[in-house]
Ligand binder design. Structure first.
Ligand code: SF4
Ligand code: SF4
Length: 160
């Protein structure tokens, strides 16, 4: 990221130091994204209803509430689920109170924080799609001089 020159920073204490990313810098930075696309899975019998996952979810797409018909349930979520085309996840009854865990998949950003925070592994990371950069395929054979150098290295290791 580009920053304001050090000497200029002292001219005004209100100066914004970080100038943000240019289009080129942004394109370079996003190449580091692993796109792991965490899929979380829920196991109702393990949930102790501590609310830690609700607390940490950055988009408020989790709610523990009493079950009900879908239209009513959609209105009672922490963030009302307005996309009717996206099914809600509704768990089986939780062991402590008989309420249910509801997740709005339309809003979940797959950050995995709920699974990381859950003390009982009721939420877990089920699977991930890992996209790793791979080297481009070799388009030509190594030159004779490189092959000769490799052979010399092999000879040296055998004689050592
Ligand atoms: S994966 Fe992230 S956004 Fe989705 S429910 Fe868990 S904490 Fe919320
Ligand atoms: S953090 Fe785990 S145990 Fe606590 S309410 Fe969420 S799922 Fe249940």
């Amino acid at each position: 990221m580009t920053h304001v020159e050090l000497t200029k920073r002292f001219e005004s204490l209100n100066l914004e130091v970080e100038l943000g990313f240019s289009a080129e810098q942004t394109a370079r930075e996003v190449q580091r994204c692993l796109n792991c696309d965490v899929q979380t899975a829920f196991s109702a019998p393990l949930c102790i209803e501590c609310d830690a996952c609700l607390d940490i979810c950055p988009v408020q797409c989790l709610t523990i509430t009493s079950n009900g018909d879908e239209a009513d349930l959609r209105e009672r979520l922490l963030a009302p689920a307005t996309n009717l085309a996206q099914d809600l996840f509704v768990s089986e009854r939780l062991p402590q109170t008989g309420r249910v865990m509801v997740k709005d998949e339309n809003v979940c950003v797959h950050c995995g924080l709920c699974a990381e925070r859950c003390p009982t592994a009721a939420w877990t990371w089920n699977c991930s799609t890992w996209q790793s950069p791979t080297p481009a395929p070799r388009t030509s054979s190594p030159s004779p001089s490189v092959l000769a150098e490799v052979a010399r290295d092999d000879d040296r290791q055998v004689s050592d």
